[in-house]
Design a protein around this ligand. Structure first.
Ligand SMILES: [Fe+2]
Ligand SMILES: [Fe+2]
Length: 187
């Protein structure tokens, strides 16, 4: 087997493990999301992720290889960071918590985009058209999800910034009255 094909198969094993981890992580992220649109985006991407696993299995079959998963340490780390955001989000404003959660999710998408992009190019070079097509279909969905998350976050960010302004006003008002009260003592 040419070494480039081995590289392709190893990369697919890595992504298979990554996708399996996401099947477990996405329901938790959907549950933690406050904004309905964000929740729906995670639920929809969970369904797509099931298809991503199926496409990888088909690609393995096309290459005459077993659909074996190889531990993807990068995704373990990214999923762990997502869990941290879920836990820390409980102490945050709902909109800020959603922004942090979406940011963690976009890091995941970018990892997948990088992985699928490279493997599609390898498959094309090897003349594995069916495999390249499967990888490209998944790549398109990962890219769309990344863009969708950016879109969903724009109004949430708008609201989160306003929340901060309100907080600042309160802080300024409190500090002004504090100074007013202490003036007689200070002077
Ligand atoms: Fe995926
Ligand atoms: Fe994804």
């Amino acid at each position: 087997m040419p070494e480039v094909q081995e590289l392709l198969i190893e990369g697919m094993q890595d992504l298979l493990h990554a996708e399996h981890q996401l099947l477990k992580a996405l329901p938790k992220m959907a549950k933690a999301a406050h904004e309905a649109e964000l929740k729906q985006a995670f639920e929809k991407h969970l369904e797509q992720t099931q298809v991503h696993v199926e496409r990888l299995e088909q690609a393995f079959e096309s290459l005459g290889a077993k659909p074996k998963a190889k531990v993807c340490k990068a995704m373990q780390g990214l999923v762990e960071e997502g869990q941290e955001q879920i836990a820390e989000g409980k102490e945050k404003q709902p909109s800020t918590a959603d922004l942090a959660l979406a940011a963690a999710a976009q890091k995941v998408e970018h990892y997948e985009i990088s992985g699928y992009g490279t493997l599609r190019t390898l498959a094309e070079k090897l003349g594995q058209k069916a495999v390249a097509k499967l990888l490209n279909e998944t790549l398109a969905e990962e890219e769309k999800t990344d863009q969708l998350l950016t879109q969903i976050c724009a109004p949430i960010l708008e609201r989160a910034s306003e929340e901060k302004d309100v907080g600042d006003r309160h802080a300024r008002a409190a500090s002004a009255s504090h100074h007013a009260g202490s003036r007689s003592k200070a002077h």
